[in-house]
Ligand binder design. Sequence first.
Ligand code: PEP
Ligand code: MN
Length: 285
Amino acid sequence: MDTLKHKDLPFWESLPLTSKKHPDEQSVINVGGVQIGGPELVFIAGPCSIESIEQIRTVARAVKGHAHILRGGAFKPRTSPYSFQGLAEEGLAMLQAAAAEVGMPTVSEVVSPEDVDLVAAYVDMLQIGARNMQNYALLRKVRQCQKPMLLKRGPAATIEEWLLSAEYIMSAGNPKVVLCERGIRTFETLTRNTLDISAVPIIKHLSHLPIIIDPSHAAGRWNLVEPLALAAVAAGADGLMIEVHPHPEDALSDGPQSLLPERYCRLVESARELRLLLEGRGLHA
Ligand code: PEP
Ligand code: MN
């Protein structure tokens, strides 16, 4: 097995924990029994925000069998202070109850250091949102927690800065980091963000950490989610996180980019078929 050469890895010295030591090194992160970074493509699905027990229960039942992990936001980082801010602990309890009924682990975002222990008490994985990727007070707090972390890339962060945020968490003894590319800010206005698909092969080359793609926040529009999701699978992503809502037109957040459950389930089948096809050709196996 070849050892990676120093010249193959820019900023090698600044990334002692996230960089690969040899080309085949790949971390597998266990989230409530689901392995992210292993041979199986992992699907995380659920609404942007948890709105009611009926809503999260409907989504959980509809995606069961087509998703490994249930997502839902209870602390929402909204651009406007007048937008729905989430149900906080009440929402976390709803997510936990709905996921327990279908036997799925959960992920939810934490936005402030004082809520880390509360969120960790309810979920299997904590999400650090794009806006908080460089919130060092939050990173310093979550690294004391032993739960896996889903670290989203900041909308204006370079890949080096993103990996340095992962180093923040890992350097205090929590190695369980999964990276999530969700689109970066560019001059394009027809999409909410621009999905940086090249982040997948670059991370696969530089780092042993698993990488998943969130096409929903990249696209901002439901009809772009499927092509971006399939592109992510083709590029070699370890998984996908997709927003699903039973009534997108009534959603309290991110309705325009949310998929109906049936459409989401069809997407998962296409993604699995594509992955099998690529594996048959010796890619991403
Ligand atoms: C989310 O996942 O609901 C979210 C707010 O994502 P991001 O931090 O990528 O905007
Ligand atoms: Mn959202």
